[in-house]
Write a protein that binds this ligand. Structure first.
Ligand code: DX5
Ligand code: ZN
Length: 224
């Protein structure tokens, strides 16, 4: 099964509730929330109050992507705000095992994220603890960047690692997913596709969501 997770980072924040209804209508089944602190990444976005407001207008699982330093300090606030999935960057966590345990202890699905320069091998010891692995296909910080194709090899490797150890995490990709790139991501083995600019950038978000999902579903038939 493939799912589309629109990133609200590219939405019109003055009309966030409406924009969320559009992607629901288009068939999105997860909502991706990009949290940036201006330290781990060179941008500042949204925090727990916005997540709490979004929680009130949708039942979709909220996939909170923390691009922040010291995530342990803020995880309880995102849990209280209504996050369903919380992912942390491998690069931001000195004690990654402890941080993933912390997320799990709150009854939330833990995920781990790797930047384009971080190898999948660095995740070997946590693959049995995570609900999802998020492969960045851009350097995090901004929406609307160009897809980095080496992410696809990482997706293929992760799928092999999952089979080898009978793990069952989901493989997610984030950055530069558009009508041009979504097919190859799905064929490589991605199951959860984040898209920001591809949905909210131009045109109608309902149609964009439908179109991306259609292409993703077609590509599942071409998986080897
Ligand atoms: C990048 C964020 C992404 C971003 C994706 O730092 O983690 O979720 O919003 O946006 P697009 O799809 O525009 O690359
Ligand atoms: Zn993200």
């Amino acid at each position: 099964m493939v799912e589309l997770a629109p990133s609200i980072l590219s939405a019109d924040f003055a009309h966030l509730g409406d924009q969320i209804q559009f992607v629901v209508e288009g068939g999105a089944t997860v909502l991706h929330v990009d949290v940036m602190d201006g330290h781990f990444v060179p941008n500042i976005t949204i925090g727990p109050p916005v997540v709490a407001s979004v929680r009130k207008v949708t039942n979709l699982p909220l996939d909170v992507h923390l691009m922040i330093e010291n995530p342990d300090q803020y995880i309880p606030a995102f849990v209280d705000a209504g996050a369903d999935w919380i992912s942390v960057h491998q690069e931001a966590c000195v004690h990654l095992n402890r941080t993933l345990e912390l997320i799990h202890s709150h009854g939330v699905n833990p995920g781990v994220v790797i930047n384009p320069a971080t190898p999948v091998g660095s995740l070997e010891e946590v693959l049995d603890m995570v609900h999802h692995v998020l492969v960045m296909s851009v350097n995090p910080g901004f929406g609307g960047q160009k897809f980095i194709p080496s992410a696809l090899d990482k997706v293929r490797k992760l799928a092999l690692m999952r089979t080898a150890r009978s793990a069952n995490f989901r493989i997610e990709i984030d950055g530069g997913i558009t009508t041009e790139t979504i097919g190859e991501a799905v064929r490589a083995g991605v199951e959860v596709l984040v898209a920001g600019n591809g949905i909210f950038g131009n045109g109608n978000p309902i149609e964009n969501t439908r179109q991306l999902l259609k292409l993703a579903k077609e590509a599942t038939l071409q998986r080897v």
